[in-house]
Design a protein around this ligand. Structure first.
Ligand code: ATR
Length: 311
């Protein structure tokens, strides 16, 4: 049994399952994928549900995602998670795409139905559950600032905020053109929501603009989706004056568990939470797609806590 599998290991069932007690039926595909916590997140829940299935990490080079998914379907996998950089390629490999994945233009979950590949995205719905769990509020009732809306996570979260019909969405990004392009894609969806037009409901600012600070006065939830904070020595992605005691501050980073942003938020009396809950809930939603009716939340929460405690 290996820590990391490649396409060559998909040659046959015998090769794939050599030395293992259970057949591999689920995989996370990415490049690189060695760091993915998904196997730890899912395996205990699989064991508990008596699914007789092993969850593996599969490294797939860019351009070979369709081939990988076809081989997994041939080997009678139940499904797969898809991570960076394959979330877009996975969508084009799918035979059927759910609304959430279609709007985001990216898939993080595949369910095999015979040789058909069904694509979903649980990142956005996982974010909604995470915010409710952390702060006991609904995304739809909030004025939200997404910092770092140029990356995959920012895109998924911003799109979900629009899907929920949030009160207001402010996109902030170092490279403002990327946030502007995203706003252009999202605006039509906002127009069809409960207010008459996007106007003040959807705004875009470069991260360096002083207006980010004044705009923060009218924001309930600040979400960091930049990679700033992944290194312990990183500063906060936002200037300190942005943060106010009335803010809810969510950092999608979970390792380290307290980024500079979260530290500063707590110091001024704001409520703050890290990305553990997002990791958990997107995983739970994937599991529920693969195994309808199962309730893996408590087990997955425990597995994640154990894994992060030992990192
Ligand atoms: P992905 O999530 O798709 O891997 P990424 O390239 O890691 O994306 O970038 C995630 C986000 O972090 C982007 O919004 C990026 O800003 P740009 O669009 O301007 O590149 C943001 N980001 C990364 N490093 C940053 C930094 N030092 N300061 C501010 N924002 C940063």
């Amino acid at each position: 049994m290996k820590e990391l599998y490649t396409l060559d290991d998909l040659a046959s069932r015998d090769t794939l399952d050599e030395g293992a007690n259970q057949p591999a039926r689920l995989a996370v595909i990415g490049c690189p994928v060695a760091h993915s916590l998904s196997p730890q997140l899912h395996q205990d829940a699989l064991n508990e549900s008596e699914s007789e299935a092993r969850y593996i990490r599969l490294e797939v080079p860019p351009g070979r995602v369709t081939e990988a998914l076809e081989r997994l379907a041939d080997l009678q996998f139940v499904g797969a998670n898809v991570t960076v950089p394959h979330k877009f390629e996975a969508l084009s490999a799918a035979d059927e795409i759910d609304d959430s994945a279609a709007m985001l233009g990216a898939a993080n979950t595949i369910l095999f139905d015979g040789d058909r590949k069904l694509a979903f995205n649980t990142d956005g719905p996982g974010f909604v559950r995470a915010i409710h769990e952390e702060f006991l509020v609904d995304v739809k009732d909030l004025r939200i600032m997404v910092v770092g809306s140029g990356g995959g996570a920012g895109r998924a979260i911003a799109a979900q905020c629009v899907r929920e019909g949030c009160e207001k969405l402010v996109l902030v990004n170092r490279t403002v053109e990327k946030a502007e392009a995203l706003a252009k894609e999202l605006a039509p969806y906002l127009e069809s929501e409960r207010l008459e037009g996007p106007g003040d409901r959807l705004k875009v600012f470069p991260l360096s603009s002083p207006e980010v600070i004044t705009e923060a006065d009218h924001i309930d939830l600040i979400v960091n989706t930049t990679s700033v904070g992944l290194k312990r020595s990183d500063s906060s992605p936002l200037p300190s004056p942005c943060l106010q005691p009335h803010h809810l501050v969510y950092d999608t980073i979970y390792n380290p568990p307290q980024t500079r942003l979260l530290h500063e938020a707590e110091r001024i009396g704001a409520r703050a939470a890290n990305g553990c809950s997002l990791l958990l809930h997107q995983g739970v939603l994937s599991f529920e797609l693969w195994f309808p009716g199962k309730q893996p939340l408590a087990t997955m929460r425990r597995s994640l806590r154990n894994t992060l405690d030992h990192q």
